[in-house]
Design a protein around this ligand. Sequence first.
Ligand code: IVH
Length: 797
Amino acid sequence: MTDAAQRISELRNELDAHNYRYYVLDEPSVPDAEYDRLFRELQALEAEHPELVTPDSPTQRVGAKPASSLAEVKHLQPMLSLGNVFSTEELIAFDQKCQGLLSAGEAISLDLLGDAQIEYCCELKLDGLAISLFYEKGLLVRAVTRGDGSVGEDISHGIRTIKTVPLRLMGQGWPEVLEVRGEVFMPISVFDELVAEAVAKGEKPFANPRNAASGTMRQLDPSIIHSRKISFCTYGVGYVSDEAALPVRQSERLKLLHTWGLPAWWVASKKFKSVHVAAGYSGCLDFYRKVESMRDSLPFEIDGVVYKVDEIHQQSVLGSRAREPRWAVAHKFPAREEVTTLRDVEFQVGRTGAVTPVARLKPVKVAGVMVSNATLHNMDEVERLGIRKGDTVVIRRAGDVIPQVMSVVLDQRPSDATPVQIPKECPVCGSAVERTQLVKRSKGKESLSDGSVYRCVGRLSCQAQLKQAIIHFVSRRAMDIEGLGDKTIEQLVDEKLIGSPADLYKLQYEQIIGLEGFAEVSSNKLLKAIEDSKRPTLARFIYALGIPDVGEETAKVLARSLASLARVRTALPEVLTYLPDIGLEVAHEIHSFFEDDHNEQVIDALLGECGLQLQEEGELSAEFTAIATLGGMLDKLNIPSVGPGAAQKLAERFGSLDGVLGGDWLDMRQTLPEKQAKAVREFFDSAENARRARAIEQQLREFGMHWESEKKVAEGLPLAGQTWVLTGTLEVMSRDVAKGKLESLGAKVAGSVSAKTHCVVAGPGAGSKLAKAGELGVKVLDEAQFIDQLKAYGIDA
Ligand code: IVH
């Protein structure tokens, strides 16, 4: 066999295997880009050696056999695929070929050849799966997948559940029989939810929205299809009983289909305004660039754009080849997925000590950028992927997101591939690496489970953590010390000039001027910036400390509610959970951060010898006093079978914790049903539970809380006595934060709407609660109006 024949045979086998995986098993083994490359290599070789082309070559047929569980339907007209171009040169060649054929067929004039002779209808290339919809007398009678292009599968039952597919055409003038072609796809937001659900259930998620859409459409149960919110977009017609009923241009056809209720997304989109008709290849290129720049902001995946000769007459002169039309071409975007080799897995130590695996890859170009590292998130992810060093992996780079390892190509695993193991010691400082524990409390008991994060226990004695901690400490939204770049901080740490954030304030001019890139002016500037940072607000300071899981929002909540560093430093985890958006997990992180000796010393040094003066400290907020009620506290103890309602009853009856602890059985029985009363008794029979409850109560009192005053505090607030309901998705703030803000104004936040509800705040996706509010005539605010209302009360969103 010649070299060419040998390679052709290899390529055919490989492509057949991929086709089988893709179409029949629905488990793609390589990214599209890789498939395209092999396919084009085969096409090129066959073009050079036409004598080697055989009818069974993958280039000679349209696809592979469909799976057989759904009824097979033969297409009246084959469902073609599209040829691809990847560069301007290839696009120009396509345009010139069209011009040549059209002038030979006298469809355009020969002496006018040049750019802008042909008008192209420019469309998006949606990344989903092609389907055909049959309308007879305007009614949807059948929906079929593309299948192998000549025979597809009947998916009418599933398609009917897709809201964007009209069951009856709107308007008038449609031909008696009309076959509409288009793409079903899964919006990215729906895909992300589906992945999160699968991961939470420990199932293997779909690799991308297209696989998810295809996996969904193959479901035999229509309710699953319905629940997955698949969408549809049309891009043309197939069989029509009366061609004359349709316009003579593709662009006009799309507009007409749109008026019949068949969505051609970009026809009506605000971003596109209408179908784009471009003059010649240069017009096409303008469209390509425009779409490429908005690719990441579209709500669905596209893998390129499609140019179609706009005049239908010209299309018929150009005709089709076996697999694809001559009058259309897909201009593909650089692929977002590529295959490469995983050379090694290294472990990085972050600011909070988290030790995370990073993939070191054989460099590969993905979507136009060289990629040699990718994130592996954590060890759970490593396990889920089943990845080994030496594996061939699929990586993906989308937008600004850090490249990710998507999957392993198992068929290509070398025999010497080695498993990935978390190091026992920190690669930077040698301290122990320990798995984090998650604190959960249920039925009044705290329990621990393994977290997915491993941490170096070295804290600030670990140079990696120290560097990151200081980078964070000086950052703009923290202490805002300008002129201290990452490189400088690394140098300061490496040369042991600083060992903690407090040391920054002891830096001398002589030390700074000795650093790389510093001269007299810049050294003085830096000293001034350090000096100027000495009066941070409490919130900034808390954020700057870099407590694990405490971002800016949480730092603000802590500062606003507790209003003094002393209170934040000493707050018990349970007390912290009174604050909006702080769960037990974060509460424990905060508490143990302040218990750490080293952290204590650094904070004392900052506030003492370094001379920092915190701003905006003051009285415990009304927000906190309003939330920290006796009922709330009893509820937070998580006494088995005692919910918020029962906790409230106990508080009202006994008035204090002592009252509850010493309350006699009869009183207790009159207040609560026997089962709950018993549970309360049993709970406080445990000395540990009683001690913990007293400690919490005592702390709340130290913070200036008086149970008696709780009602009065609320009464003085602007929304006292009002009940509000939050529903739908809030985009600016989380529901918990919104709840906290309302409560700080004295309102109660309830879970259901009734005639007593004062106001409903409804975000996108609001359903029955919003409808109920409408029925009852309850006032409804959207999030923007709600934020305005908060502002009117002096509370920022
Ligand atoms: S036209 C005769 N237009 O891409 C031309 N296809 O790679 C047939 N696709 O099977 C296709 N967006 O699933 C066309 N605006 C668009 C498209 C589009 C996505 C898909 C379709 C087709 C595949 C070809």
